[in-house]
Design a protein around this ligand. Structure first.
Ligand code: ADP
Ligand code: MG
Length: 172
């Protein structure tokens, strides 16, 4: 099994329902197990046409799917949830990006891993740091540092992640 991180985004319709539906579909993916889910945050849209704010989250999963198979599965989840590609960086019901796939580094247009824009996107860094702070350091080694100060685009936490420690009953 390969450990992967997936970035989720939604800024159309009932955004939280789209994020949750995408999560459910990822949980039922073949040869794949969802291990952790970050809090859901709200962020300002970046680039593209004038559009509403996004909800974002990051998921940790383990998979036996290859990187292209995983991409294809994620794209079919996007389509099943009504994603229509109009303009670049345009509004979307749900966007699923592979942030990292094990230690794989690849630079193809159809699949670039680690995702090339992680370090310039506060809306990815914040939820990723929450569930996997060590991954950020790893990515910094493979990607050029971001020169300018990271733009603040995260507005608030919309739904806090449920962590295992919180679920554990206190004893003694
Ligand atoms: P974006 O996520 O950049 O807003 P899209 O979701 O429309 O745009 O993806 C455009 C293309 O990016 C996809 O068709 C896919 O082949 C490619 N792509 C390259 N690297 C990745 C990655 N790490 N995760 C997801 N898609 C990727
Ligand atoms: Mg995408």
């Amino acid at each position: 099994m390969v450990l992967c991180y997936i970035g989720l985004g939604s800024n159309l319709g009932d955004r939280q329902q789209y994020i949750k539906a995408a999560l459910r579909k990822m949980k039922s993916l073949t040869r794949t197990k969802v291990r952790k889910v970050s809090s859901i945050i709200e962020s300002e849209p970046q680039g593209g046409p004038v559009q509403g704010p996004y909800l974002n989250a990051v998921v940790e999963l383990e998979t036996d799917l290859g990187p292209y198979q995983l991409l294809a599965e994620l794209q079919s989840i996007e389509s099943a949830l009504g994603r229509v590609r109009t303009t670049v960086n345009g509004p979307r019901t749900v966007d699923l990006d592979i942030l990292t796939y094990g230690d794989v580094c690849m630079e193809e247009e159809a699949l670039c891993i680690p995702h090339p824009r992680i370090l310039e996107r506060e809306f990815v860094i914040v939820p990723l740091k929450e569930i996997a702070p060590q991954i950020i350091e790893k990515i910094k080694k493979t990607r050029k540092p971001v020169k300018k100060v990271l733009k603040k685009v995260v507005r608030k936490v919309v739904k806090k992640a449920v962590t295992k420690t919180k679920l554990k009953k206190r004893t003694g």
